[in-house]
Structure formats: C-alpha cells, structure tokens
Design a protein around this ligand. Structure first.
Ligand code: 2HA
Ligand code: ZN
Length: 269
C-alpha cells in the first residue's frame, strides 16, 4: 500500500522528483546524503488523503508558518541519498501534513521517514511563496561543483557579479535562468538564519540563490524546472572554468548582446 496507489497525478509528480534526484547524483552534485528536495503537493490532497492518520507524533517545525495550514509536502528524508531516492522515492522521503497550529507537522505516508535537515529553509520558503501568491511549488537544494567552487572567490560574491559572468558565457543561460543567481553569505546549514536569508534573496527577485561555500537553493513551478535553472547556471560556470583551465579569461558576450537577448525573449532583467 502506498499513497501513490490510485493517485496517478501524485505518482507522476513523485516520479519527476525521483528522476531529478537521479540527475543530481549523476552530475556529482549529491555526495552521500547531500541536497534536498521538497514539493508542495497540496493540490493532490483529496478527501481520503486528508483523512489519513498520522504515522508519527506531531513534530515541531521550529517556527510558525501561517500560510502552510493544511498543506501537504513531499520531503526528501534526512540522511537519505539522492541516488536511492531516484529508485525508491517513498522509502527515502515522506509526505507530511502541516497541522492547524502551523508550527508542527506529522508524517502521513508511506513510511515514518524524517524529513530533510534543511526543512526550516524549505518550509519557510514555501510559506513565503504562498504568501506572495506564487505558482512555485518545488524547491531544490544541491551542491553543484563548479558553482560552489566559484563561491570561494570573494569577488564573485558581490551582487550580480557572478550573475553577469554566467549569463555572458552562453545565451541560453540568460534565457533560462533569467533572474540570475542571488547570494547568501555563509551560514550554518539547517539554521533558521539561513532560512531567513534565503527568503530575503528570493524576495530580491532571484529563483536560484547560492549558499556561499555550500550549494544552491532553487525554487520553481515544478522540480524539473528548478533543476533546469541550476543546470544552465552550472553549465556556464563549467564553460568559464574550462576556458580558464585552457589558460585564458573568456571574453563573454558583450552587454549589447545580453541586452538583445532580454529584449527579444522578454526577460525580466
Ligand atoms: O541534506 O545538503 O545542507 C544535506 C544537505 C544539508
Ligand atoms: Zn547542503
């Protein structure tokens, strides 16, 4: 018995999460238990699902998130591996229900797998997105090698320096990661401070934010779109590093060429 039985739309959604998890592993961005994925699946919560008994005690979120009342999330499990989640999503993640106090959740399916250590950031961001009336339902945190390497250079941490550099490597990056890369200074993983700074960066009009010397956090309509934004940004980082390792500083597209892309594709920046 699985919550996915007779729920083809939900099963498809979880299948997409599993597929994305496999890509994160294949790309080398998900060592051991690295990274996490949460998706707001409230739209799939039918009456039977809402009536399902909890299979855990109520667990404190660590903050009160008023917009999450009655919401349901699929969450990767803490200490679980992306490469395992790719094959067995319901043994390496679980579905949680936010309780009416908006400060606790309970696990409802399939197994009592405790959610990701980065749950404070993920849930705080979902709370923020709902409050804004956003269509975004998915958040992905991962450790993309080239982007994390670039975050070790203080010059790249200044606002939009890295965004501009990455956009200038290949036209698609600006078209498909059109808000660029926000920056969050180094903070303790899993902390509420990291959650608050992540929201600030997303609110500053970024879909993907860099957690300095750690990884990236992306939000999008669905998990594949979140993955794609990280993928195109990291592709640019890889092109930059390839050029540097061939011994030259890449030219980059000109400001005029990048403005043209924004005009032709009606991009937000
Ligand atoms: O879930 O990546 O940031 C493991 C992590 C924590
Ligand atoms: Zn991490």
């Amino acid at each position: 018995m699985s919550i996915l039985d007779n729920r083809p739309a939900l099963a498809h959604e979880i299948g997409q999460i599993a597929e994305a998890a496999g890509y994160l592993w294949q790309k080398g961005w998900a060592e051991r238990n690295g990274g996490n994925i949460t998706v707001n699946i409230t739209e799939h919560a039918d009456e039977a699902m809402r009536a399902m008994p909890a299979i855990s005690q109520p667990i404190a979120i660590g903050s009160t998130l008023p917009n999450l009342r009655g919401c349901y999330f699929y969450c990767k499990g803490t200490q679980k591996r992306m490469r395992d989640l790719a094959r067995w999503p319901m043994a390496n993640g679980s579905v949680i229900r936010i309780l009416d106090d908006c400060a606790h959740y309970e696990i409802i399916a399939d197994e009592p797998v405790m959610p990701t250590s980065e749950l404070p950031s993920h849930l705080a961001v979902h709370n923020y997105l709902i409050g804004k009336g956003s269509t975004y339902k998915a958040s992905v945190h991962t450790h993309p090698i080239e982007l994390v390497a670039m975050s070790h250079n203080p010059e790249f941490l200044k606002k939009d320096v890295l965004t501009k550099l990455l956009w200038s490597m290949i036209p698609e990056t600006k078209a498909f990661a059109p808000r660029g890369l926000g920056m969050v200074p180094y903070m303790l993983p899993s902390s509420n401070e990291l959650a608050a700074e992540t929201i600030k960066a997303i609110d500053d009009n970024y879909d993907v934010v860099m957690w300095e010397k750690h990884g990236v956090f992306a939000v999008e309509n669905d998990v594949m779109s979140a993955f794609d934004q990280i993928d195109v940004l990291n592709k640019s980082a890889n092109i930059y590093m390839c050029a540097r390792s061939m011994g030259f500083v890449p030219d980059g597209m000109s400001d005029e060429q990048m403005t043209e892309i924004s005009t032709v594709f009606h991009l937000p920046k």
